[in-house]
Design a protein around this ligand. Structure first.
Ligand code: SER
Length: 580
């Protein structure tokens, strides 16, 4: 059995409900571009909102971290990775979490305890030393000299939000004899799992408060753990990557040895591009936000494919993408569903970049002939005319020990006002999506839109995703055709009739059976807890299982207007709408 199945089975056996992996593009959190940790989609629940699946959850979550894109190429950096996790939302705490971690590592993964070491939170001026975790590890048989007390064992996703002291587990990844004493600075000890005890929240002003619940958030990286279990020191040599690397080697007719960096970059970047393109958010390569990351990844992979001598006009990227899709589709069905879209995204971007890549590289060689640093105007010219993302120019320049005037580039860029990467930078700052009044109004409007679509298109229409900002709402739903003008007008008119009718929005707790019997809209009803909250608009105009928040009366919404209706992914349409 593979690691993912072993992990999920273990925690399901211990009373956890498996939750599906959330999309890589967060559905209701415009403050970040991608989910960066398993806990990210769970932030509202760690903050205290009841989770529809209950208090014990586990999953494997698709994560993307973009800060390290340029580090990819070594043995262990990846832009996309899967994170295994189990959560307690105010249920069990340190004793069970640590005991289960220990049991899973030693009895199910059969890691000898001699090769394990752990760390616990040493405490700081606000929060005391985590003596409880220390004693639990000791009672399980971990020797004192293998338990480090560290000040940095405190985990938070960004600047603010749920957080707490953590306890990390390390594996001795070396053929050297295992030292008696654990030295966390010795890189042969690699971290494999992190149990975070989330009982605090950090506010904007830096203050730390207790959360309503004492939660557990754990995370284990699949790529690293598989490499450890398979006894390889290069993550890309594990079974997760070996077939992909082999294929790249075959296509390029070059061995992995001495070409590791380019092959790892191609493997990693194409895998991430496949997962971004497969997401129902419908991201396409562009010059902003997630689209820009997708573009950077594909273009960097193409550049490295070219450097390996791959005929970049051939179908090389399709071959690799198909291997990846087949490899992962049993766990992520969106890969199969959106296969055509994925292949099209890659092919289109390749065609676009191939048109200018050759000339751009020539231009690059020309301007660097005198080995002078690259000024902002030139970097912008390479971007604007030849489609070289800034980071690609920097990488090329670094290979020749040259610098790029990044500030100068940004200045040029601003002048042209084409690319809103400053917008992206804002989004990288992290933090929770606000529940502002405007967003609350949009939230209620999504329920009305959902109900109107059911009336106009048919009862089988269901929500597939949504995203709300203070400026607009986006709503994805299953539908096999492009909406006609007439359908759009009818939907708009219905929503506005309900707004004008000033309908009350009411919330009620009820049992799951009652909710089902009342015909409330929801997904995966069988996995909901016994008691659920149901929001009803008017006299059954809309009824949905939902955590809120919502307005009290539809009269607060303003005028509803559809701005755009388009395809999102296979069989899924997307509406962008505003409240005026
Ligand atoms: N959130 C913690 C991490 O990412 C544990 O899952 O390490």
């Amino acid at each position: 059995m593979n690691l993912k199945d072993l992990y999920i089975n273990f925690f399901v056996d211990h009373g956890h409900k498996q939750i599906p992996s959330a999309p890589v593009v967060p559905e209701n959190d415009p403050s970040v571009l991608f989910n960066t940790a398993g806990m990210q989609p769970l932030i509202p629940y760690l903050m205290g909102q009841p989770h529809p699946y209950g208090k014990r959850l586990c999953d494997y979550q698709k994560c993307i971290r973009t800060n390290d894109i340029d580090e990819v190429g070594d043995t262990y950096h990846h832009t996309f990775f899967e994170m295994l996790g189990n959560w307690s939302l105010g249920d069990y705490f340190k004793k069970d979490a640590i005991t289960w971690s220990y049991e899973f590592l030693t009895k199910h993964l059969n890691i000898p305890v001699e090769r394990l070491a752990v760390s616990v939170f040493a405490g700081n001026e606000y929060i005391p030393f985590d003596e409880e975790s220390y004693n639990i590890w000791k009672s399980l048989g971990i020797k004192e000299e293998r338990i480090a007390k560290l000040k940095e064992n405190f985990w938070i996703a960004g600047e603010t939000g749920p957080c707490g002291g953590d306890s990390e587990m390390f594996y001795w990844r070396s053929n050297d004899p295992v030292p008696e004493v654990f030295n966390p600075d010795d890189e042969r000890w690699v971290e494999i799992w992190n149990d975070v005890f989330m009982q605090y929240v950090k506010n904007e002003d830096g203050s730390i408060e207790e959360l309503p619940n004492k939660n557990v958030d754990t995370g284990m990286g699949v790529e690293r753990t598989v490499a450890i279990l398979e006894g390889v020191n290069d993550n890309y040599a594990s079974s997760i990557w070996s077939d992909v690397i082999e294929l790249i080697s075959k296509i390029s007719n070059t061995p992995y040895k001495n070409n590791e960096k380019s092959m790892r970059i191609i493997a990693d970047h194409l895998r991430t591009a496949v997962f971004i393109s497969a997401d129902n958010a419908g991201i396409k390569p562009s010059n902003t936000d997630q689209g820009y990351i997708l573009r950077r990844l594909i273009r960097r992979a193409i550049r490295h494919a070219k450097s390996l001598g791959i005929d970049i006009n051939s179908n090389w990227e399709q071959e690799i993408a198909i291997l990846l899709i087949n490899k992962y589709k049993a766990y992520y069905m969106e890969l199969e569903e959106n296969k055509d879209i994925i292949l099209e995204v890659l092919a289109n971007e390749k065609t676009k970049f191939n048109r200018t890549l050759e000339k751009g590289l020539k231009e690059f060689m020309r301007v660097t002939q005198e080995r002078r640093d690259i000024d902002g105007t030139t970097a912008f010219h390479l971007f604007d005319t030849y489609g070289f993302p800034l980071e690609l120019t920097i990488e090329l320049a670094n290979e020749m020990n040259l610098n790029v005037d990044i500030e100068g580039y940004k200045e040029k860029f601003k002048q042209h006002q084409e690319l809103s990467r400053s917008g992206s930078a804002e989004k990288f700052k992290g933090g929770l999506a606000g529940n502002s009044e405007v967003e609350t109004r949009y939230h209620t409007a999504t329920h009305l839109l959902n109900a109107a679509l059911k009336q106009v298109i048919g009862p089988d229409v269901h929500q597939r995703g949504s995203n709300i900002t203070v400026e607009r709402m986006r709503f994805d739903f299953n539908c096999d055709h492009k909406l006609t003008e007439e359908e759009k007008e009818q939907v708009e008119a219905l929503v506005n009739t309900w707004i004008d009718a000033k309908l009350d929005v009411t919330v009620k707790e009820m049992t799951k059976e009652e909710a089902i019997a009342s015909g409330a809209e929801c997904m995966f009803i069988e996995k909901y807890p016994d008691i659920v909250t149901v929001y009803t608009i008017g006299d059954n105009i809309s009824k949905e299982l939902c955590g809120g928040p919502h307005v009290k009366n539809t009269g607060e919404l303003g005028h509803f207007k559809i701005k755009k209706e388009e395809a999102s992914s296979a069989g899924v349409r997307r509406i962008k709408a505003v409240l005026e």
